[in-house]
Ligand binder design. Structure first.
Ligand code: LLP
Length: 421
């Protein structure tokens, strides 16, 4: 459920008219609803009530500081995967002790940054990383709290580009080697084992792969405890999927996910961390765009929008589906047609949808991609020298451009011409 709805025939984000925002900000732009963020955060909070837990928002899904601050005010910690994300979270007012640091290729500089400002834990992904972290922490006279990310060799049954829990993926250490790696961790100076971490993939639409992985984690917890390690936290990663369109059916709810977590892991008395990204922000964001042309092709019609693959990469990269809805509610007897929906970028991959059944569109009209809040603005670029897409945050009837569109002059001024030219 979200807080985007038609009021007086115009699509609104909460009480703010998308048409008005478009007039002020120009298109394309992302718009997020605070009430929807709140609702989704609360779903996880109540799903995990009764057990010690922290919801660490996966910053990569939508990284604007205003979104981080909104979620932090609700009580979220953060999951970061780079020094940049760590700094953004800190700038947004998040304490180091609320931040978990994930990622398969943490650099020494990133480790130093997090160690000097504070970190809840590093989710270590290899023995090589463990060694470097130990040396750095030791030299700084610090102790790095760590979990080891284990790779449980579970098929997450999601798009192959976002599955991370199979043995052939680059993530984590094989679960079969966990005992050795924990023994090594316990022997290294500057390292303190606090728990275990797992993340098997993103946009999971079934509970079973999670359950399979978490059962392996429960067994491992007992084994490591019997080896004398203090396993007090389990970081269960993110990955719970959202319905993008009717074809996804209904993915499991946070409540069902929470019940399963309690059933499989509750007896271990560990603090539970989860790292949701998509479920918190996905349905809380729209990408609003204007129709430039309705172009007659050889055997089809193209709807050419002013948004492109540089603004919303998911369809080009993962053949992802996003509902496209009109901003002005069509009348009930308005006819439908079929379009190939595309952007202005100069490659055929710049296609949002093929043969999409839609209302008949006119140039100048506004349409919105739904469920675009996660991995939308965060993955945008300036390809084709198209200015980085702005973001707007709505709270009731208030709204603000939380990232403004750069001017062409600003973009072009970033280039430096060498003096030999
Ligand atoms: N934790 C870790 C260690 C992760 O790598 C990720 C996502 C998450 C948490 C959050 O997962 P979520 O709850 O959002 O599924 N760009 C792709 C998704 C990439 C996900 C990468 N890792 C997309 O647009 O579908």
């Amino acid at each position: 459920m979200d807080y985007f709805s038609y009021k007086g025939g115009i699509l609104h984000a909460e009480d703010a008219s998308i048409k008005e925002i478009a007039k002020e900000v120009g298109t394309p732009f992302y718009v997020y609803s605070t009430a929807t963020l709140r609702r989704h955060f609360d779903l996880f909070e109540s799903a995990l009530s009764g057990i010690d837990h922290l919801i660490c928002y996966a910053v990569k899904a939508a990284s604007n500081q205003a979104i981080l601050k909104t979620l932090a005010n609700f009580g979220a910690g953060m999951d970061v995967v780079s020094g940049g994300e760590y700094k953004r979270a800190r700038e947004a007012g998040v304490e180091g002790r609320q931040i978990v640091f994930s990622g398969v290729g943490k650099t020494g500089a990133e480790m130093k940054l997090a160690l000097s400002e504070g970190v809840r834990q590093f989710n270590v992904e290899s023995e090589e990383e463990l060694q470097v972290l130990s040396e750095i922490a030791n030299n700084m006279n610090k102790v790095a709290p760590i979990t080891v990310r284990v790779n449980p060799d579970v098929d997450a049954k999601t798009h192959e580009k976002i599955a991370t829990g199979k043995a052939e993926n680059k993530f984590g250490i094989p679960i079969s080697r966990a005992r050795e790696v924990y023994a090594k961790a316990a022997s290294l100076p500057g390292i303190q084992v606090v728990g275990i971490d797992v993340h098997i993939g993103s946009q999971l639409t079934q509970l079973l792969p999670f359950e399979e992985a978490y059962k392996k984690l429960a067994d491992l917890t007992e084994m490591l405890r019997s080896d004398g390690h203090e396993i007090k936290r389990l970081d269960l990663g993110g990955g719970l999927g959202i319905p993008y369109g009717s074809k996804d059916g209904s993915p499991p709810t946070p409540k069902e996910y929470g019940q399963m977590i309690k059933r499989v892991l509750g007896h271990l008395n560990c603090e539970i961390e989860i790292e949701p990204g998509r479920l918190l922000v996905g349905n809380a964001g729209l990408l609003v765009t204007e129709v430039i042309y309705v172009k007659k092709g050889h055997d089809r019609e193209f709807l050419i929008l002013d948004a492109a693959m540089n603004d919303l990469l998911r369809p080009a990269l993962y053949e992802a589906y996003h509902d496209i809805v009109p901003v002005l509610q069509p009348s009930v007897n308005q006819k439908n047609t079929v379009y190939d929906v595309v952007g202005p970028v100069c490659e055929t991959g710049d296609t949002f949808a093929k043969s999409r059944a839609m209302h008949i569109c006119k140039p100048g009209e506004l349409v919105a991609f739904r469920s675009a809040g996660a991995y939308g603005a965060a993955m945008a670029s300036e390809y084709n020298t198209r200015p980085l897409v702005p973001e707007v945050l709505v709270n009731n009837s208030d709204y603000l451009a939380i990232r403004e569109r750069p001017t062409l002059d600003e973009i072009i001024a970033r280039d430096k011409i060498p003096n030999w030219l």
